[in-house]
Structures are given as structure tokens and as C-alpha cells.
Design a protein around this ligand. Structure first.
Ligand code: ADP
Ligand code: MG
Length: 299
């Protein structure tokens, strides 16, 4: 009788906006005790907007935005889209880019003309451009810290080996995230927030949605997200992971149960067992409830 119950569960899932890869997937939700949530695009909308451009002393903030905007125009990252759109809104035109490279989980680089000279530009994490000998100028360091404490994401713009500015973008926490997390908790799952973004921004988002600061794993490179899942599994946890990005795909595949946001990247959806069609995290709780109910019917 079991296949029939599982088929019914699968059909009910479709009504709830849950696409289930196969009936057997419901079985693997049974033991899940930990749910790892990607931050950007999963807990937050991932639709970022440009908030602030801060220039280093002696630099022009228009130049900072122009070079960063030109470079980010070639990237699909949510941070990049916010910067490119903000630059196009505020400036008449963006210069061309040569030798563009995407540094996955870190930022972007390329050559852009400024005042007749070709500049080698980097936009991304502070550690891309700072060293212990060459820290961030104090005014940029302050802007970065202030933005991150407010939960914003700040990236550094550098050219010709020097940090020239900081650009702050903000994301919006989805209205449904806090409620989703409280529902997941009442189902007995421990939520964990996982992100490549910085600690301060991650903790601010975590606090806003009801995740303890000791359950925040931040500044994780894309390739290391899968290692975090393996580590939790090695500690004896049975792990569900919810994500939306290209950088989440390996972790979603490694998790005991992978849930992709239907609004996310195709590779994330392909790597997952379940897809939450509307990208609403509350449906993750529905999925757990549904599978428990379905399995209870079988027994
Ligand atoms: P998440 O895990 O939140 O989805 P990513 O792993 O994609 O984030 O990126 C981690 C960090 O790398 C970002 O917070 C940002 O600092 C930097 N970064 C990545 N891509 C870009 C980009 N195109 N422009 C600027 N910064 C970037
Ligand atoms: Mg993401």
C-alpha cells in the first residue's frame, strides 16, 4: 500500500507548491533534525539595491561607481545587479570592460578606462584588496563596518592595487522568513544560517528572523558550503538545506534533503530533492509536515 500513499503525498505536494523529485524523497525527510538556510535569495529576497557609495580620501565617488558599475554589468550576482543598475541610473553611460573575470564567491575583476588610462579594477570582498601591510583606509573601514552592522552588504572597489571606495547594497528580508523559521523550530528542526557574506551582516539578518548567533556560519566560500554540510553530518545531524544559488548546488546535493527555491538557479533546482515553487520558506515547513503525515499514513 505504501506506493499509493507516497503518490498521494506527491500530488498533495504539488497543490502546496512543492515539486517532489520522486516519492522516495518523502522518506528522507523523516529523520531531518537540522535545517541549513542560505541567506541571500533564500531568507532574503536577493533583490538588492544600491544604498551608498563612499569614496576614499582624494577619490571621486562618481569614478568609484562608474568603474564598479561597468565591471558589475557583466556579472549576474545579486550584488552586481544592484551596483550596475544603480550606476546606470545615476551616470549617463558606463565604459567598456576588458579581461573580465568572475572570482566566484569573492568578486569580479577587469580592465576599465578612466581618464584615458586603463585601470585594473577589482570589486568584492575586502580581503581581495587588503593585506596586513596595506589595510583599508580608515574612512572606508568605518563605512564598511557601519554598513555591515546595519545588516547591509558592503563591497570594496579598488584599482591599480589600491582601495578607492566602498559600495553598500541592501537586501530585504522576506516577510515570510521569521514565521517560516518559527514553524520549522516547532517541527523540532534547528535552523542554521549559512552565507558567503560577512559575519556582522549575517548576524543582523539572523537576529531579525529568530536564528541564534551561534547558529550563523558566515564568510564561507562557495566550495566550502558543501564542507559545512559534511561537518554537520559527521556530528551526527541529519541535514536539510535550503538554497537558491549556483553556489549552493553542491551543498544541496550533499544534504540529506535538498530544497531549492523555485525562484533560484536551475542548477540548484537540479541538485535538490524538493523545489519550493514560489520561493516561500514557509512551504519548507509544509513539506516536512506533509512528508511526516504521509509516512504516518503508511505505518
Ligand atoms: P551568498 O552565500 O550570500 O549567496 P556569495 O558566496 O555569492 O554570497 O558571495 C559572497 C561574498 O563575495 C559577497 O557577500 C561579496 O562580498 C563577494 N562577492 C561575490 N560576488 C561579487 C560581485 N559580483 N561583486 C561584488 N562582490 C561580490
Ligand atoms: Mg543565495
Amino acid at each position: 500500500a505504501t506506493p499509493t500513499a507516497l503518490m498521494v503525498g506527491t500530488g498533495r505536494g504539488a497543490q502546496l507548491g512543492i515539486l517532489i523529485k520522486g516519492p522516495e524523497v518523502l522518506e528522507s525527510t523523516r529523520e531531518v533534525d537540522t535545517i541549513v538556510l542560505d541567506k541571500t535569495g533564500t531568507v532574503t529576497t536577493g533583490r538588492m539595491s544600491l544604498l551608498e557609495v563612499v569614496a576614499a580620501e582624494g577619490e571621486d565617488s562618481q569614478d568609484v561607481l562608474r568603474l564598479a558599475g561597468a565591471l558589475e554589468d557583466a556579472s549576474e550576482h545579486p550584488i552586481a545587479r544592484a551596483i550596475a543598475a544603480g550606476a546606470r541610473d545615476r551616470l549617463d553611460s558606463l565604459p567598456a570592460v576588458q579581461d573580465f573575470a568572475n572570482l566566484e564567491g569573492l568578486g569580479v575583476e577587469g580592465s576599465v578606462q578612466l581618464k584615458g588610462l586603463s585601470r585594473k579594477v577589482l570589486v568584492g570582498r575586502a580581503r581581495l584588496v587588503t593585506t596586513s601591510e596595506q589595510p583599508l583606509p580608515a574612512e572606508l573601514d568605518l563605512a564598511l563596518a557601519r554598513a555591515q552592522d546595519a545588516g547591509g552588504t558592503a563591497v570594496v572597489v579598488a584599482w591599480d592595487g589600491r582601495a578607492r571606495g566602498v559600495i553598500v547594497v541592501t537586501d530585504t528580508i522576506k516577510d515570510s522568513s521569521a514565521e517560516a523559521i518559527s514553524q520549522l523550530r516547532s517541527l523540532g528542526l534547528t535552523p542554521v544560517l549559512l552565507t558567503g557574506d560577512n559575519q556582522a551582516a549575517a548576524r543582523t539578518v539572523a537576529a531579525a528572523v529568530g536564528i541564534e548567533s551561534d547558529a550563523v556560519i558566515a564568510e564561507v566560500l562557495p566550495a566550502d558550503k558543501v564542507e559545512v554540510i559534511k561537518r554537520l553530518q559527521a556530528e551526527g545531524k541529519t541535514v536539510a538545506m535550503v538554497g537558491d544559488g549556483v553556489n549552493d548546488a553542491a551543498a544541496l546535493a550533499q544534504a540529506d534533503l535538498g530544497l531549492a527555491m523555485g525562484t533560484g538557479a536551475d542548477v540548484a533546482i537540479e541538485a535538490s530533492d524538493l523545489t519550493l515553487v514560489r520561493g516561500d520558506l514557509r512551504v519548507a515547513a509544509d513539506a516536512i509536515r506533509l512528508s511526516r503525515r504521509t509516512l504516518a499514513t503508511i505505518k
